[in-house]
Design a protein. Sequence first.
Length: 236
Amino acid sequence: MPLLEVHNLASGYGEVQILWGATLSLEPGKLTCLVGGNGVGKTTLLRTVMGLLKPWQGSVKFDGQDISRSPAYAKADMGLVLVPEGRQLFTDMTVTENLEMGATNRHSRARVKENLERVFTMFPRLKERATQKSGTMSGGEQQMLAVARGIMADPKLLIIDEMSLGLSPLLSLQLFQNLKQLKGTGLTVLLVEQNVQMALAVSDYGYVMAQGKVQMHGPARELMQNQHIREAYLGL
């Protein structure tokens, strides 16, 4: 059974429709990417899935349950966790305090110490900066912290929106290496990215979005070899 099923989803802002029947399915334990240019509806899709926007039509199922109309807090409590674009950290709080703020649902509160050790092992830089205020860290370190805070919620599905946005190629590469490490733990991850090449390189499966719809999908390796994708997104 797919962990997340999005079927024929439509939504938008006010009277402006952004999604026009988006459909995708996530297999448990896999890293799936959703790629496409800026403004094609990726973030709108995430907001609708998470309950921050109401769907105009279509359905969202998570772990076999229809959650199309469930509020965002209920979805988070079920293990559906979003690392939002722009990090949205508590800049006056330390690294450890930010991480502890991620453990808000009933499952994660009982595993704070265990998950702290887990993220400090995965991101040694954060352990070095444990007592440092997050607002004084570099952009790459802040993005590490945002992803680690998502892990602290003990998710069944971790969704990461625009992980590499605004980062240097070197920092982006480091974060994608961290993501490969996370993939090895068996956690189901949906990565939403404009960096098509890097996203497909680390993913098991990919969806390509354009004009508010999923235009193409398949195993990531096959998409990397698709001529249209190579020309439109990879510059090859």
